[in-house]
Design a protein around this ligand. Structure first.
Ligand code: GLU
Length: 469
């Protein structure tokens, strides 16, 4: 039921934005529809030797650019329509942040936390073999990545399976992103989506006109934040908001319950507490509260960073946050969105705000194709140039810098710094463009602006395509 609501919501958001587009209805239909879907069922051996049939999907939403790109979700809740809706969001996301890929998404219907590592590995390898069999994976075809319920480990199994079957192909490591570093991954990918959420939120809230409309001071410092989901995305978003933005995380909601402390929670310490005890509950100094009710507590920014359909017509009227930052995909459904917008709440949409993950995936894919890391060819050169510049400055001014000051000026970039700065630049630019479209075309909200911008970029490229007979 809820995956239908999600599918309907994404279509409704598309349709609402498409009303503002000048493109031909046929082109818009092509932008909206999912280009190809592979639904599979395959047998996997259980730990006790018996066989389980697993259902899985891969949806390739748009071929206006190749390869297609998008994560693989492991969850008991995945369905065909959820996978299609998520794949379409990938298309719009990539178009928005200038990642030259079409959108795709995969779903495997298992509950990863209840399965052994051995079972998850057998499922992942078999799923990869199924994708290879139907040409639904490859460096120039379709490139998966992590999503809810998957991570580096699964991506490592995928590349290993691919490599052993397609031994003679070029660029094999570019068949999947989000890989472990030891398998040609890229530093910064794990935290990319969450860090991108931080850069995106900062870009939006530092605009004085946005802050003024919301009755807030510009910027993130001192803003009270409630977070839903302390997974990879939520954790890194909150950590950067706290450490780099000076925001105060007053509540965290997880499956086992919520905790609240108006004085603020220390996110890395809370994460360690959850690792140790298996729960966010009973964190020192915080009050245990109902996990759903916590979303309705007083705060400036609410960050849903878990799953879709968390804010609906049911709870939207009671949400007190002034800003909803969609770190997850589809956390606000269309009825919830309408209520929030009507109440003057600013929703920063998923297709922009969580695009940091696929942005850094793109860097990983480029690195794999180049066969060299980004810093290798420039790091020493930059360091020598900086050293000469510092020496010239010291000669000219007659002053000598302290060792630590000099060190901070001369070092050449490492790969992580390059990745993070390129991610930051991508999110700043994307926000600027959405903001401009929002104001110039007098659109009702940021989501409509983001959708319209993406739709028109994809439509533009389709309008140059030949239509094959
Ligand atoms: N699963 C992530 C998303 O929803 C990342 C996709 C990717 O890196 O390809 O954006």
């Amino acid at each position: 039921m809820s995956e239908e609501a999600f599918y309907e919501s994404v279509h409704a958001y598309f349709d609402r934005a498409a009303l503002y587009s000048k493109f031909d209805a046929g082109i818009l239909q092509q932008v909206k529809d999912c280009n190809a879907i592979y639904r599979m069922k395959f047998p996997v051996r259980e730990d006790d030797g018996s066989i389980r049939v697993v259902e899985a999907f891969r949806a390739e939403h748009s071929y206006h650019r190749l390869p297609t790109k998008g994560g693989i979700r492991f969850s008991r809740m995945v369905s065909l329509n959820e996978t299609i809706a998520l794949a379409s969001l990938m298309t719009y996301k990539c178009a928005l942040v200038g990642v030259p890929f079409g959108g795709a998404k995969g779903g495997v219907k298992i509950s990863p936390s209840q399965e052994s590592e051995g079972f998850r590995e057998r499922v992942t390898r078999r799923y990869t073999a199924e994708l290879i069999r139907k040409n639904f994976i490859g460096p120039d075809i379709d490139v998966p990545a992590p999503d809810y319920g998957t991570g580096e480990k699964e991506m490592g199994w995928i590349v290993d399976t691919y490599k052993n079957i397609r031994m003679n192909e070029p660029n094999i490591y570019a068949c999947v992103t989000g890989k472990p570093l030891a398998m040609q991954g890229i530093p910064g990918r794990t935290q990319a989506t969450g860090q991108g959420v931080y850069f995106g939120l900062r870009s939006c809230l530092e605009r004085p006109e946005v802050a003024k409309k919301l009755g807030l001071s510009p910027g993130l410092a001192g803003k009270r934040v409630i977070l839903q989901g302390l997974g990879k995305v939520g954790y890194y978003a909150a950590k950067h908001l706290q450490q780099d933005g000076g925001a105060v995380i007053v509540g965290v909601s997880e499956q086992e319950g919520g905790i609240h402390n108006p004085e603020g929670l220390d996110i890395p310490a809370l994460f360690a507490h959850r690792q140790e005890t298996g729960s966010v509950l009973d964190y020192p100094g915080a009050e245990n509260v109902d996990r759903a009710a916590l979303l309705e507590y007083s705060c400036d920014i609410l960050i849903p960073a878990a799953l879709e359909n968390q804010i609906t017509a049911e709870n939207a009227p009671r949400i007190q946050a002034k800003v909803i930052a969609e770190a997850a995909n589809g956390p606000v459904d269309q009825a919830g969105d309408a209520i929030l917008c009507q109440r003057g709440c600013l929703v920063i949409p998923d297709l922009f705000l969580n695009a940091g993950g696929v942005t850094v995936s793109y860097f990983e894919w480029l690195k794999n194709r180049a066969g060299v890391s980004f810093d290798r060819m420039i790091s020493r050169h930059e360091e020598i140039a900086n050293r000469n510049m510092v020496a010239a400055m010291e000669t000219l001014t007659g002053q000598t810098l302290s060792v630590s000051h000099r060190d901070s000026l001369i070092h050449g970039p490492d790969e992580l710094r390059l990745v993070v700065s390129a991610l930051e630049q991508t999110m700043i630019r994307a926000y600027d463009r959405i903001h401009e479209v929002w104001l110039q075309r007098d659109l009702p909200d940021l989501r409509t602006a983001a959708f319209l911008l993406s739709i028109e970029r994809v439509a533009e490229s389709y309008s140059h395509h030949g239509i094959f007979p």
